[in-house]
Design a binder for this molecule. Structure first.
Ligand SMILES: Cc1cc2nc3c(=O)[nH]c(=O)nc-3n(C[C@H](O)[C@H](O)[C@H](O)COP(=O)(O)OP(=O)(O)OC[C@H]3O[C@@H](n4cnc5c(N)ncnc54)[C@H](O)[C@@H]3O)c2cc1C
Length: 602
């Protein structure tokens, strides 16, 4: 696990009397504030909501805690892992993961296991899936432009229909053939071929996606962010809740003031440095004077997927053992179901009751989003019962949370639009954008936090390119060290896997063998005696024209060069063939492994 702390990165602001304004009190904004505090700066955090945490907050309803989506705390960044543990101590629980897929009335273990899948699907369907998989290996789509082609080429049409299509379409609300193939490739990039093979041969670190346990705060993720808020507040920083940033005035390429609304009144504060974690589309709209038309247009083309959570309180002690269930069946709208007490028993006030979160992926203007709460609660109750997980009679109560801008959408043009916005925002000397929506990046909490922390370090003269985070795993200095250690087997593998040049190898083997026989013959000739080279001369039975003489040495060279060349060529050919097959099967194995927890990354 990389460790990003090093002394030269600690903020040493000479300008602690400067006004540092952080907009957004989610993981990114609070981590930036915490890092400022460590460096002696007292930032002001503006948070629109009545609590901190952003998408990673925890809501409460009648003593039941609800997480907005089930937040697993898992990171490869050592400093962040350490910080989490420092913040919560014993209130940070280790949870063993249990999750399943619901499809066609059956539960499949997730990550997928072959025996369980076979049992659920039956022999005929499993064979058809295998045949379709084999077919895809032989006749793949020549083009891999969209997600459907990407999956079918790797797993076959039938597995795509069974496991991938419905859930992906529920999450993104768009047919799989309209989702870009490179999005899928990016989501599972943790499982590269070389790492998979290296793991198989040498053991070592598991790929990013294969997580069987994770950490979780006793009363949900919001507990972590409240702790950050407390630490910032206790050290002279300020976290102002219910403050909606409504404007950023700028002059000569610098933000000079930030406006926000507090209890209906507009307040203006001076800003020497601004770190913004609010959606980048909103940030651009808040600039005064207005951003150029093409920038506003590009920002308006960036889109998001939203999320509705229907919390249900069920008068039953045990509903199901999983923390969450992916619902792939197309006959219900719910995408995922969380069972909160299986994350932490403290999420429910009464152990005899169970709280579940029914998760619906949607757009901010569609039917699910606009449906009245009572109808959503009815829908969720009926669907929970239809799936056989609870009786409607046992559902005592319910409530609804609507989370706008939950997922930044990676459509076919988002990169271009984002680049226009990025380039424009880069013209401001004292403005940094951080976090998930602040950078329109599919960041988890750890990478969102990291952008905030490094933005704070940039205030003291560090020069971190925040856009590199998450793009390149080897971004961090210390990460490089950790990587270098891991690379030892990878280097060996890369060398081992290099193809042997058949001609060069054959010539070398031929040359060495020929030379050996040539010298052996010459040496015997020079040694002389009554009977010169009695053993070697037997070779003439195979090498017609050979004798233990100077002339014979040349003949021997010719023959053994030819035999050595033939042997070398054949050896190199077979070795290349074997390795090609090995690499191919390792690649297929890596791809199948990626299927095992693909949905965690959607
Ligand atoms: C369903 C779901 C499940 C997830 N599961 C995981 C998981 O298991 N593990 C994981 O690590 N990550 C997970 N994530 C990702 C995680 O939620 C985000 O990475 C993280 O919350 C991003 O933090 P942030 O600070 O960048 O943004 P946000 O959390 O979005 O915070 C931004 C803050 O800015 C505030 N704000 C917005 N506009 C204004 C304004 N004008 N003025 C003032 N304040 C404003 C918002 O109220 C919000 O508090 C999940 C996300 C979703 C949607």
């Amino acid at each position: 696990m990389p460790d990003i702390i090093s002394d030269q990165h600690q903020p040493k602001l000479a300008m602690s009397n400067e006004s540092v304004v952080i907009i957004g009190g989610g993981p990114a904004g609070l981590s930036a504030a915490h890092e400022c505090i460590k460096g002696g700066i007292k930032p002001i955090v503006l948070e629109r909501a009545d609590k901190v945490g952003g998408i990673s907050r925890t809501e409460t309803y009648k003593g039941y805690y609800f997480d907005i989506g089930g937040h697993r705390f898992y990171t490869k960044i050592e400093e962040i892992d350490r910080l989490w543990h420092e913040m919560l101590g014993d209130d940070f629980l280790k949870v063993r993961r249990m999750s399943r897929i619901y499809y066609q009335g059956r539960f499949f273990n997730y990550p997928l296991g072959f025996a369980n899948a076979l049992m659920n699907l039956g022999l005929v369907e499993t064979s058809l899936i295998l045949l379709s998989y084999l077919k895809a290996q032989v006749w793949s789509h020549p083009e891999e432009v969209n997600f459907e082609q990407w999956v079918c080429n790797r797993f076959g049409q039938r597995l795509y229909q069974t496991f991938f299509r419905t859930y992906t379409e529920k999450v993104w609300g768009t047919p799989c053939h309209k989702i870009q193939a490179d999005w899928a490739a990016q989501r599972i990039k943790g499982l590269s071929l070389i790492v998979a093979v290296s793991n198989a041969l040498f053991g070592g670190q598991k790929a990013k996606t294969l997580i069987s346990e994770f950490d979780y705060p006793l009363r949900g993720p919001g507990m972590m962010w409240q702790r950050f808020q407390d630490v910032v507040g206790a050290n002279g920083g300020e976290v102002r809740l219910n403050t909606d940033a409504t404007g950023l005035s700028h002059e000569n390429g610098r933000i000079v003031k930030v406006n926000y609304v507090d209890n209906g009144e507009t307040v203006t504060i001076p800003a020497d440095q601004v770190i913004a974690s609010i959606p980048v589309t909103r940030l651009v709209a808040l600039l005064d004077p207005k951003a150029p038309k093409h920038v506003l247009e590009a920002a308006s083309n960036l889109s998001y997927r939203a999320f509705v959570l229907v919390g249900l309180i069920v008068d039953r002690e045990d509903l199901f053992p999983d923390q969450w269930i992916y619902v792939h069946s197309p006959d219900v709208r719910v995408g995922r179901i969380q069972n909160l007490k299986n994350w932490s028993a403290a999420m429910v006030p009464d152990p005899k009751k169970t709280s579940v979160a029914m998760e619906y992926f949607c757009n901010e203007d569609d039917e699910t989003w606009t449906m009245p709460d009572s109808e959503l609660i009815d829908l969720a109750s009926q669907e929970l019962s239809k799936l056989g997980l609870a009786d409607t009679d046992d559902i005592m109560d319910g409530f609804v949370i609507r989370q706008p801008k939950a997922y930044p959408v990676y459509d076919d043009a988002y990169k271009e639009h984002l680049m226009v916005v990025r380039d424009y925002l880069a013209t401001f000397d004292n403005l940094q954008t951080v976090g998930r929506n602040g950078m329109h990046r599919y960041n988890n909490m750890d990478h969102s936090m990291l952008t905030g922390m490094l933005a704070a370090r940039n205030l003291s003269g560090a020069n971190h390119d925040l856009w590199e985070i998450g793009e390149q795993d080897e971004y961090l200095e210390a990460d490089k060290k950790a990587k270098a250690q891991r690379l030892v087997p990878e280097k060996i593998l890369t060398k081992t896997f290099a193809r042997i040049d058949k001609l060069a190898f054959a010539t070398a083997i031929g040359g060495v063998s020929g030379l050996f026989m040539f010298l052996a013959t010459i040496w015997l000739v020079m040694k002389g005696g009554e009977m010169v080279g009695p053993t070697l001369r037997l070779l003439s039975q195979y090498f017609v024209g050979y004798s233990v003489t100077v002339r014979g040495a040349f003949v021997a060279f010719g023959y053994t060069f030819f035999c050595g060349f033939l042997f070398g060529w054949l050896f190199a050919y077979l070795r290349n063939l074997f390795l090609a097959f090995y690499v191919y099967s390792a690649k297929k194995k890596a791809e199948l492994l990626s299927l095992r927890d693909f949905f965690d990354n959607l």
